[in-house]
Design a protein around this ligand. Structure first.
Ligand SMILES: [Zn+2]
Length: 441
């Protein structure tokens, strides 16, 4: 009698599991046919992508019977390139630019309020998806705590539209290493910070543990903070974490099977990031030949975020304006040298640091300007960052077994990357999010 009570729920569970399995197997087939297909690595022609549920089950010729008879067929002609949903490796959904009218950076934390910020972050996710970015690595919430983990869950459960999110939660820096700052010393210790502040390797490890415990997919660390020009006109960046501190974080993150992204401009802080075993260098404005050789040796990823440093400069005759110009003057050549040396470069923009209303794809022409081929720029936003995220074969490719994240852009991005700003169709997880000029049959 006691066991019979248990038996019924078990049977019901078994039956519902079987039904769930069957529904995946019999999910109706969708065929996306493409005159031109960039599959994440190369361009092919006249292909049919067969999709069941949220997965790609086959990529075949157009004469395949399944492709011809699929109940849903979405056809793209020769004026369009079909390709994997793109990956943005450096976003901040909880930032909305640093508009002085809204209090600049500090306004986000002082005036926003968490629900207001979450509402705007929700719209940022939608903006990313609209522009064909079906995956983002969001590299910290800027004082919005674990908000990225909550929004990620909301996307996964289907409550809100958005890309796949790799969340970094709060980020880590040191005392004197992150805003809010510049207030009276008497009140400074009590002000909220845009990152979790640690001092010493024990606090560093504890912060990493807390963030991982609360859902961080990545750990983000600020290895440099303020920057200025020294008396000889060289860019100087204030280092933050010591080698012991960054090593404790990397050790902890790696033990959890996670990776560490390091904001680092140049100098001592950048060197500590590399010596400490950071997995990706963010920005990397001034990479020396030795830095680059170490990145190649350690297989460190490089997310340069070029375009954000090429606009919005302060007035030329001010220290800030001269610093801004120097940063840009160093950044392009660093990118060029890293590219030549074979550093693994992933596409990322720092969007959120500039308004989400600006096009994310503006970064592509900058990468071309500094020597990257259009084909490599495409790879840097598809199959390559998928490797960085531990998702190779699952995202960033159009291939059997991958998630059905497929987009179409107007034109041929292997000739002109500007067409990546002309996204006409977005399918994420097997569901059409956006469709223009797609001939649905
Ligand atoms: Zn950033």
């Amino acid at each position: 009698m006691r066991n019979a009570r248990l038996l019924l729920p078990v049977l019901v569970l078994a039956a519902s599991l079987a039904a769930a399995q069957a529904s995946v197997d019999v999910a109706p087939l969708t065929a996306v046919t493409a005159a031109n297909l960039f599959d994440g690595r190369q361009v092919t022609h006249d292909r049919a992508i067969l999709i069941r549920g949220n997965k790609i089950v086959a990529v075949t010729g157009l004469d395949n019977p399944d492709a011809k008879n699929a109940p849903t067929r979405i056809a793209f002609g020769p004026d369009v390139m079909v390709m994997p949903g793109m990956i943005e490796s450096h976003t901040h959904i909880f930032l909305q630019g640093e508009d002085p009218a809204e209090g600049g950076y500090d306004g986000n934390i002082l005036f926003g309020g968490i629900s207001f910020r979450a509402a705007r972050a929700t719209m940022a996710l939608r903006r990313a998806l609209d522009q064909g970015f079906t995956t983002i690595r969001d590299v910290e919430t800027e004082g919005a705590g674990y908000g990225d983990v909550g929004l990620k869950r909301a996307v996964e459960k289907g409550y809100i539209p958005g890309p796949r999110i790799f969340a970094s939660t709060r980020a880590i820096s040191t005392t004197g290493g992150y805003p809010l700052e510049g207030y009276a010393p008497e009140i400074q210790p009590d002000l909220p910070k845009g990152a979790q502040i640690i001092d010493g390797p024990i606090e560093a490890r504890k912060a990493a543990r807390e963030q991982l415990d609360n859902g961080a997919d990545w750990i983000k660390v600020y290895m440099t903070h303020r920057s200025w020009l020294d008396r000889n006109g060289n860019l100087f960046s204030q280092p933050t974490l010591t080698l012991d501190e960054i090593k404790a974080i990397v050790d902890e993150a790696h033990a959890w099977g996670k990776k560490v992204a390091c904001h680092a401009y140049n100098g001592v802080g950048l060197q500590r990031a590399l010596d400490g075993g950071c997995d990706s260098i963010e920005h990397g404005l001034e990479l020396t030949d030795a830095n680059i050789a170490q990145m190649v040796r350690q297989k460190t990823w490089y997310c340069a975020t070029l375009s954000v440093y090429y606009g919005g400069w302060a007035a030329e005759n001010t220290p800030q304006g001269q610093r801004d110009r120097k940063r840009a003057a160093l950044h392009g050549p660093s990118f060029q040298k890293a590219l030549k040396a074979g550093v693994k470069i992933v596409f990322g923009t720092d969007v959120g640091g500039f308004p989400w209303s600006e096009p994310i794809a503006q970064e592509f022409p900058r990468m071309i300007e500094f020597g990257m081929s259009p084909a490599d720029a495409l790879v840097s936003a598809t199959s390559l960052p998928a490797e960085m995220l531990g998702m190779d074969g699952l995202i960033g490719v159009v291939a059997p077994g991958a998630y059905a994240d497929v987009i179409a852009v107007g034109g041929d991005p292997t000739r002109d990357v500007k067409v990546l700003g002309d996204v006409r169709f977005v399918l994420k997880d097997g569901k059409v999010w956006r469709s223009e000029k797609a001939a649905a049959k």
